[in-house]
Write a protein that binds this ligand. Structure first.
Ligand SMILES: *Cc1c(COP(=O)(O)O)cnc(C)c1O
Length: 366
């Protein structure tokens, strides 16, 4: 579906009539958790075939009315993004690579046959919300304001075809640490289920992919693990990714491997950034297939020294243990490895404006 050229859209503002009281907000910001508390406002923009993008609004955060026949409720025509705003040491605010999120959002839109949104409108919507709710940055170490842009088919129509009306929204949630367990390294269950098959929607950030991952995720939790890992659909042999994070494997010769993007893996922005940072550190990074059997063997021989997962929400998370029906194995010491911690620190310090941003990744908005 074609992008509608956006005449610069002006946002209508409806301030919250009763924003959270300062003491209530302070309590949330001192212990934000992840994804359960939301700021006072939200962005909403509509698209229709006849009007293109219109009705850009900053509204009080709250429930939305949907026609029960809205296509998203029946055929899951929905996509989303996740990015963070950081409070810098000088009091300013910055986003990390928001153009990359905008571009990926439109790639997801194309795969789900949805309207594309002009990248500058996507970024303006995110910035407007952050500026409106800039009192919502967590006060805890490592905190950020997590932003969730999303879009769904709002047309009331039960026939099966791409909808002719969409709503784009952005909500903001103060975020502390993603993993609630204090465990510094996560334990992973290798699922028998498949997340994505060639030709499917694995490279699109869509709710449908997550819906299909919930049974495997619940199974991983029930078995006492933190995360689920998916293998490839064809051979059930090659490592793909976790439910919502990409994976990296570090070897004793200083090289790193990450599974190649081939349509079944979500092209993570954290993944891409870490590849660049690791290469700057002088490490050899290979995007190539790596099997579960090889992983197990390399962990046992000591050739594999570290494994970590990465994504916007959790940044970089060490993998300590891996289990499937054949048993369990431990990565390195079972705790966070040195390279994992170094790369995490490199990335976080750039995101927070504490290290030089030589890639132009940090976009200051205030
Ligand atoms: C969002 C997501 C990631 C991580 O992408 P980032 O851009 O690094 O946040 C990885 N896998 C899946 C399935 C995702 O949805």
């Amino acid at each position: 579906m074609a992008t509608t050229a956006a005449p610069a859209l002006r946002f209508t503002r409806v301030p919250h009539p009763a924003p959270a009281a300062a003491d209530v907000r302070a309590q949330v910001l001192a212990n934000p958790g992840f994804g359960t508390k939301f700021s006072d406002h939200m962005v909403s923009i509509d698209w229709s075939e006849s009007e293109g993008w219109h009705n850009a609004q900053i509204l009080p955060y709250g429930p939305i009315a949907l026609d029960p026949a809205a296509a998203v409720l029946h055929y899951a025509q929905e996509i989303f993004e996740g990015l963070k705003a950081y409070r810098l040491a000088d009091g300013g605010i910055a986003l990390f690579r928001p153009e990359a999120n905008a571009a990926r959002f439109n790639a997801s839109a194309r795969r789900l046959a949805m309207a594309e949104i002009p990248e500058d409108l996507f970024i303006a919507a995110v910035e407007q919300l952050v500026l409106t709710d800039q009192d919502w940055f967590p006060t805890v170490e490592g905190g950020s304001l997590y932003l969730r842009p999303f879009m769904f088919a709002s047309e009331a129509f039960l026939g099966v075809r791409p909808a002719k009306a969409y709503r784009f929204m952005v909500i903001a949630s103060p975020a502390g640490n993603y993993f609630k367990s204090g465990s510094p390294a996560v334990s992973i269950w290798v699922s028998d289920y498949t997340r994505a098959a060639p030709g499917g929607t694995g490279a699109a950030k869509c709710g449908g992919n997550y819906a299909a991952s919930l049974v495997p995720t619940a199974e991983a939790f029930a078995r006492g693990h933190d995360q689920v890992l998916f293998l490839d659909a064809a051979d059930h042999k090659w490592i793909e990714e976790l439910g919502g994070m990409n994976l990296f494997f570090a070897f004793d010769d200083g090289s790193i491997v990450t599974p190649p993007l081939g349509g079944t893996i979500l092209p993570g922005i954290t993944r891409e950034s870490l590849i660049a940072l690791a290469r700057e550190e002088g490490l050899t990074v290979r995007e190539e297939r790596y099997s579960l059997d090889q992983w197990r063997a390399d962990a046992a021989s000591g050739k594999l020294v570290e494994t970590f997962a990465c994504g916007t929400a959790a940044v970089v998370t060490p993998v300590g243990k891996v289990a499937d029906h054949n048993g369990e194995f431990t990565i390195g010491s079972g705790g966070p490895g040195q390279l994992t911690q170094k790369l995490r620190q490199r990335l976080v310090s750039i995101q927070r404006g504490e290290a030089a941003d030589t890639h132009g990744w940090v976009k200051k908005i205030a």
